[in-house]
Design a protein around this ligand. Structure first.
Ligand code: SGN
Ligand code: CA
Length: 542
């Protein structure tokens, strides 16, 4: 065990000891004690909610999920005293749609925000509006990405569109302001300021704290440049995938080797301009660099210039170039996570210092998962595991501590928060409340929990060329239908035998029975969620 490992073990022990301290108060919003512990009864006042969501953070890069690439000690603090959901998924693996699912508790075809080109209809029912009616104060800070202005929030201060890493523009309740600094720090500063100085301390609150990090193009904070240069980064087992039997996987445009831009994504903009820009993306990459302040540029140059020189001297080609790109991508991505984790620590520290830790539900998740080189990819979109899954950790004061393997999906947050607030959950919400998992780790007695998940992705034609598809996943099987003018293809995976989804067994005689069962389950889910796509396609094909 090296010195860093030893320090980590000590740190984790110390944190566990603090978290295990007995606590007693039920009545106030600021004493720091676990609300439900005082007399063995539930809290009489509703808990606050802090929902922290990052953008494109893979479970593969969280130590609580067993990452060997990075330690995320602050995100792990939620695991140390709360729940790691080991089967957490999204309904549509892309930002805007994921956010619309969160707000409405409904699948994309019901909330209307099916892909990133849409504008969210802010007049519809959302959980922040319902929480407000139940007496909560609500705020959203950071990435919003739904085009229309937020509705249902007492306070909103959001990034424009995707947002920038450096000197980002925020829209503060309608007013645009450029803020000097690094997006993850600034988003956290704004959130802490709201918690400390702006909210009404008499009311329970719900804060949605949405980070831009670690979205493309993975620009680290100057403080974290080079933090992972000595980390061993192995290639994923299926890095060199040939996509045999999977035409949609073969048709994507998100391969690290072919599609990742040297300048835009990997920051190889040399001063002489000899590294080819690879089109407009590279030009845009040069612009991003040009926009840095002199101090930011100096830190950037000190780190990247020697790497650029070495890169030029090595003149890599073929697999060597692809693997170099992969490791550069990963080192930047991990550095961005380091800042994210540090900033989550700032929020948790404040909750502990202020006493809010004892009566606040804290969630950490991402808008979807992300490829860390699996199948040779970056980005998301597919119903394959790495992007269908999303990390989810939750710490409910006085609640369950451990792993929960029930299937949860991002449409479940809305009903959970409403139930927790004692507000009615409208019938048209499609997700289920996971409150009993938070409290006891189990499904409520006498109730059933889902055994299968429904997924539907729509953004095609679109960036990265992932075809439209829908599907069903059970604990062992996954059935997917890719559809559209240029594709009509079913895929079936046995996740037990083939966890990396390399072998499409659809149509194989030995799996005929399970295939039939999954088609039936898919039809059941499409009827349950009222998504008529399969019927529409069948009609179109007649
Ligand atoms: C941008 C990125 C894409 C990414 C989408 C969606 N390109 O368009 O790589 O898939 O966002 O991401 S970039 O050139 O602008 O970086 S999402 O998480 O916001 O849905
Ligand atoms: Ca995203």
């Amino acid at each position: 065990m090296g010195p860093i490992d030893e320090a980590m073990t000590k740190y984790k022990k110390a944190i566990k000891a603090v978290l295990a301290l007995p606590v007693a108060c039920t009545v106030c919003y600021g004493c720091g004690q676990d609300a439900s512990d005082a007399d063995g009864q539930e809290d009489r006042k509703p808990l606050n909610i802090i929902y922290i969501m990052s953008d494109d953070h893979s479970y593969q890069t969280i130590s609580a999920y067993g990452s060997r690439l990075i330690e995320t000690p602050n995100i792990d603090r939620l695991a140390d005293s709360g729940i790691v959901f080991t089967n957490s998924f999204v309904a549509n693996s892309i930002s805007g749609p994921s956010r619309a699912c969160l707000l409405t508790g409904k699948h994309s075809h019901k909330n209307g925000f099916t892909d990133n080109t849409r504008t969210f209809d802010g007049s519809q029912q959302t959980f922040p509006k319902l929480l407000r009616q139940a007496g909560y104060e609500t705020a959203v800070i950071g990435k919003w990405h739904l085009t229309s202005d937020p509705t249902g929030f007492d306070y909103w201060n959001i990034l424009v569109g995707q947002g920038e890493y450096y000197d980002p523009v925020f829209i503060d309740n309608g007013e645009r302001k450029v803020i000097h600094g690094y997006a993850t720090d600034i988003t956290t500063d704004i959130a802490l300021d709201w918690l400390k100085n702006k909210r009404d301390p008499e009311k329970p609150f719900c804060l949605l704290l949405h980070h831009k990090a670690p979205h493309r193009t993975w620009m680290p904070d100057t403080a974290d440049l080079g933090a992972f240069d000595d980390t061993f980064i192995p290639l994923p087992e299926n890095f060199y995938d040939d996509y045999e039997g999977r035409p949609a996987a073969a048709a994507q445009e998100m391969e690290i080797g072919r599609d990742m831009n040297l300048i835009y994504d990997l920051k190889m903009a040399d001063k002489e301009g000899t590294v080819p820009t690879g089109g407009w993306l590279g030009d845009y990459g040069r612009e991003l660099y040009a926009r840095l302040s002199p101090e930011q540029k100096a830190a950037w140059d000190a780190y990247y210039d020697p790497i650029i020189e070495r890169f030029k001297a090595d003149s890599l080609t073929g697999d060597a170039l692809t693997e170099w790109k992969y490791r550069r991508y990963m080192r930047d991505y991990l550095s961005v996570i380091q800042s994210l984790d540090r900033n989550i620590g700032r929020v948790l520290d404040y909750l502990m210092e202020s006493g809010l830790w004892g009566n606040t539900l804290v969630i950490y998740t991402s808008d979807q998962g992300f490829y860390m080189g699996e199948h040779g990819w970056f980005d998301k979109r597919f119903m394959y595991e790495e992007s269908f899954r999303t990390p989810l950790l939750a710490r409910y004061p006085g609640g369950f501590h451990g792993e929960v393997d029930a299937f949860v999906q991002n449409i479940d947050h809305a009903p959970t928060f409403l139930e927790m607030a004692g507000a009615p959950v409208p019938d048209d919400i499609q997700g289920g409340s996971y409150l009993s998992f938070l409290r006891t780790g189990k499904v409520e007695r006498g109730k059933h929990w889902r055994k299968s998940l429904y997924y539907h992705f729509y953004e095609y034609p679109g960036e990265h060329s992932v075809r439209r598809h829908y599907g069903v996943r059970t604990d062992r099987w996954k059935l997917i239908h890719f559809y559209g003018d240029d594709i009509d293809c079913w895929e079936l995976y046995d996740l037990k035998k083939d966890p990396h989804e390399m072998s499409n067994i659809y149509g194989s005689r030995s799996y005929r029975r399970i295939q039939k069962k999954l088609h039936k389950e898919l039809r059941r889910l499409q009827a349950l969620y009222d998504d008529p796509v399969e019927q529409e396609l069948a009609l179109g094909n007649q």
